[in-house]
Design a protein around this ligand. Structure first.
Ligand SMILES: [Fe+2]
Ligand SMILES: [Fe+2]
Length: 240
């Protein structure tokens, strides 16, 4: 059994100092790895990431994250990635990471994702350049995820996104916001390559449970949805 702890949307600010350290005090005993699905910082300041890194140093299991829209707000996303990586945190942005846990190989593919809407309501890249660029970004994120997943041939495959790849986990959000909470395009590589679990955040007022058209479980792990600092999922590994 592989135990995966997951959360998103910490929105960490320097004034929260101490809170994360205390909340993650026991996670390394309860899980084999920790996933954080973006919006690690409040407004994307490197100072926030630096304090968060220190807080997360209490975690001794592999910690794998993607950034969210808040982490891009101050145009310091590259600094934030470096700060987190310097602390041993694995930051995925269209790439993958492999781990071996008790004889089971785990592959993690992650990227931020983006907006665009869902199913027949997905926005199409037609008309003005602004709309084409908007959709171009989610196409780019989808291709990044596709390439990352193509590199994995592990026993277990996990996907980390910030934006949702399915509409299911948005229930409770205003329908007017759906196109800004994710895009079903992101689910295409998930189903194409086969995935055991997708986690995402961003939809603070959504619900935890969903799945892709291909039946892959999707979990909205935004802290505001979980109403706690993390949840632990058990996945069956080949190593028992
Ligand atoms: Fe958020
Ligand atoms: Fe977000």
């Amino acid at each position: 059994m592989i135990r995966v702890a997951a959360v998103g949307d910490l929105h960490f600010r320097e004034s929260y100092r101490g809170g994360v350290r205390s909340a993650f005090r026991t996670v390394s005993r309860e899980a084999d790895l920790l996933l954080i699905a973006g919006d690690l910082t409040g407004i994307g300041r490197p100072e926030e990431a630096a304090v968060l890194r220190r807080e997360l140093s209490i975690v001794s299991i592999p910690t794998v994250v993607v950034l969210g829209n808040h982490d891009y707000h101050s145009d310091c996303e590259e600094d934030i990635k470096s700060i987190l990586r310097d602390g041993g945190i694995i930051v995925l942005d269209g790439d993958f990471h492999k781990l071996d846990i008790r004889g089971t190989s785990i592959g993690l593919a992650g990227t931020k994702g983006f907006c665009g809407g869902f199913g027949i309501r997905q926005i199409t890249p037609f008309g003005e350049i602004g709309i084409k660029e908007f959709l171009g970004h989610v196409e780019e994120e989808t291709e990044k995820l596709d390439r990352a997943l193509a590199g994995l041939n592990t026993d277990i495959k996990l996907v980390i996104l910030h934006y949702s790849p399915v509409i299911d986990t948005l229930a409770g959000e205003s329908p007017e916001l759906y196109p800004f909470l994710g895009c079903s395009m992101l689910s295409i590589p998930v189903d194409r390559h086969g995935t055991d679990l997708v986690v995402h955040g961003h939809a603070h007022h959504g619900v935890e449970l969903g799945q892709t058209d291909g039946g892959v479980p999707v979990r909205n792990v935004a802290m505001q949805v979980l109403r706690r600092y993390y949840i632990v999922y058990d996945l069956v590994g080949t190593g028992g």
